[in-house]
Design a protein. Structure first.
Lengths: 111, 509
């Protein structure tokens, strides 16, 4: 949530508002999805939630674009978490430190 | 840094006077500022973004998006499909977050510009001295071999195996370490961005730089209709409005990039009669093909982009492999939920590559009061077909490289497991709106033309009909250039600065 909050903070006010409205629309809009049986998005089981998202994505209106944008913001924040990055084998800091050292050792006199 | 003032150093309203005020500190703005300052002109540079030194750069994509990019990197050109775009917003501008690819403008492009728009002194020979100076000053050259990552090697070898022409990238770098951190700011300072080159040059020559200052308007003389300065305000942390700032100047140089420059000029009330301001936007649409390998690739261990496939430039296509950080990759993969989680589990077995299309369609930047710049771009059928062609070529190369499965950048596209499957999938038309596109090359919204009915600016960036106002960024381009635009922007900025200096008595600078 902290990463998401920071990301929101970097957006202009209009985009922040639009994102909040979009979140509310996706959350509450699930109630209108037949298989949801009146539940909101965060109350759905995984299978129904995935079907709801697929249904939104297949719509020929801005809803699909909205879902794509929301998904991008959420997953970008999620994959910024160090523990998630380590889990998928991405640990850049030691690598950056090593190649930076190599650069100085090899070319230090030219820099 | 001497000569630099950031928002915390500005407590109240500020009023300045100078020879030339330069709006923006990226490839265009920093270059003009350095050239003018070194010639003895009293220069004030204004940058909306913050000052973030090399020591502050880390591998955190989120940190970079929040501090170095406009609107968290989340710009969108509205259309079907929409095109996501990113603009740098920091001292050094987009050069701080680009890949550093440094290529001269192709001769055929310069010839086309000269012929179509009647531009003077813009031939290959005219620009050669500028390119030579840039390449020497910014240390432009190929990578040291030990910095090339496995993803780049595999893609290069596959392209060569298919008989395609491949070139090693030329980049502005001094023994780049290959940290793959270009888009989050170079943590070693090896990338010769404006942050570590032209900005310090300008300051050393006496220029003053005000970071965290947003320019609201270009001010015109009441009688002369000449540009006489700018007004703006300090941007406080979190985006709050700080004290106002007024700069009186004898020349105003606008270099905010192809989105912000037309927006600033439009909100300043500058509306050329021909209505070309904000039009003719080119975006070089990009698409990303994601390939999964059996072996570990760890594409993040090596330089951002080491090679380009030049076999298809006549078709307006450039192919390359460029590693994306996990968050960037997850953000663009056209899959959701558990499937996304599963694919991301193979992050170290992924190569991301794709085409850049030299587009024939154009878009528009409109400034809406209270909302800001709105960008519209409609991909043409022809360009959509070229995106698909570029995606197909990229996927074929990735299969040649040994990919086990490939995900195409089309909404709802299934995973492809072989070249045969790829052919069958692409035998059916791909709906234009299903394409997932992004751009980091925005060009052409204040295009140069000798004819004021066709362009916004003249041969040397001077705004038609407004003396003292000069544009110096990619908005000058009369069309797409088909390659990375940074070196062209710098060359045009140097050329426009030279012109200002040649006429410095007339400008009074």
């Amino acid at each position: 949530m902290r990463e998401f909050g920071l990301m929101l903070g970097s957006l202009p006010p209009a985009a922040r508002k639009a994102l909040a409205v979009a979140l509310a629309a996706v959350e509450q809009g699930a109630r209108l999805y037949p298989a949801a049986r009146g539940r909101r998005f965060t109350r759905l089981d995984d299978r129904t939630a995935a079907a709801y998202v697929r249904a939104l994505l297949s719509r020929p209106d801005p809803a699909a674009e909205l879902v794509r944008r929301l998904k991008s913001v959420f997953v970008m924040c999620y994959y910024e978490l160090p523990e998630v990055q380590r889990e998928i084998g991405y640990d850049p800091d030691p690598f950056i430190a090593a190649v930076s050292r190599r650069r100085l050792e090899r070319y230090g006199t030219e820099l | 840094m001497r000569g630099l003032t950031t928002q915390d150093g500005i407590g109240g309203e500020l009023s300045l006077e100078c020879g030339a005020v330069v709006v923006g500190s990226g490839a265009g703005g920093a270059t003009v500022a350095a050239e003018l300052a070194e010639a003895g002109v009293d220069v004030v540079m204004l940058e909306e973004g913050g000052y973030h030194p090399t020591e502050s750069f880390t591998a955190g994509t989120g940190r970079a998006l929040r501090t170095l990019y406009r609107d968290g990197g989340g710009g969108m050109a509205i259309g079907r499909p929409s095109v996501l775009y990113a603009e740098g917003r920091c001292v050094g501008g987009s050069t701080v977050v680009n890949g550093g690819m440094s290529w001269r403008t192709p001769a055929r492009v310069l010839q086309r510009w000269a012929e179509q728009e009647g531009l003077r002194a813009i031939g290959e020979r005219d620009l050669a001295p500028y390119f030579e100076a840039i390449e020497s000053r910014l240390s432009v050259g190929p990578q040291d071999p030990e910095t090339v990552g496995r993803d780049s090697e595999l893609f290069r070898d596959a392209a060569r195996a298919r008989g395609w022409a491949v070139v090693a990238n030329r980049r502005n770098q001094r023994h780049c370490a290959g940290t793959n951190n270009c888009s989050s700011g170079c943590p070693t300072g090896a990338k010769q961005s404006m942050l570590v080159t032209s900005v310090p040059r300008a300051l050393a020559a006496g220029a003053r730089l005000f970071a965290d200052v947003r320019v609201d308007r270009v001010v015109l003389g009441r009688d002369t209709r000449a540009a006489i300065g700018v007004t703006g305000h300090v941007v406080r942390p979190g985006g709050g409005r700080g004290p106002g700032l007024t700069v009186r100047a004898r020349a105003v140089v606008v270099a905010g990039g192809a989105i912000q420059t037309p927006a600033l000029l439009a909100r300043s009330g500058l509306r050329p009669a021909a209505g070309q301001l904000g039009r003719n936007l080119s975006v070089h649409p990009n698409a990303v093909v994601t390939a999964f390998f059996a072996e570990e690739v760890a594409g993040w261990q090596g330089v951002h982009q080491a090679f380009q496939v030049r076999e298809f430039t006549r078709e307006g296509l450039l192919l390359s492999a460029t590693n994306l950080t996990p968050s960037m990759l997850a953000g663009i993969l056209p899959v959701y939920g558990a499937e996304l989680g599963s694919l991301m589990g193979d992050y170290n077995r992924v190569i991301t590559a794709g085409p850049l299309v030299s587009d024939t369609g154009t878009g528009r930047v409109r400034y809406l009061p209270g909302v800001g710049p709105q960008v519209f771009y409609q991909l043409t059928e022809r360009d959509a077909a070229r995106v698909v062609r570029g995606v197909e070529l990229t996927a074929k190369a990735l299969f040649t490289a040994g990919a086990r499965r490939v995900l195409l950048p089309f909404e709802g596209a299934p995973m492809v497991h072989s070249p045969g499957e790829l052919g069958r999938l692409l035998a059916r038309p791909v709906p234009r709106r299903a394409l997932q596109l992004f751009s980091i090359h925005l060009m052409g919204t204040a295009r140069m033309s000798a004819d004021p009915r066709r362009g916004v600016t003249g041969s040397f960036g001077e705004f038609h009909g407004v003396p003292g106002l000069v544009v110096a960024d990619a908005s000058l381009f009369p069309g797409p250039i088909g390659i990375n635009p940074m070196e062209t922007v710098i060359a045009l900025a140097m050329r426009n600065a030279r012109r200002l200096l040649d006429r410095r008595d007339a400008y009074g600078i």
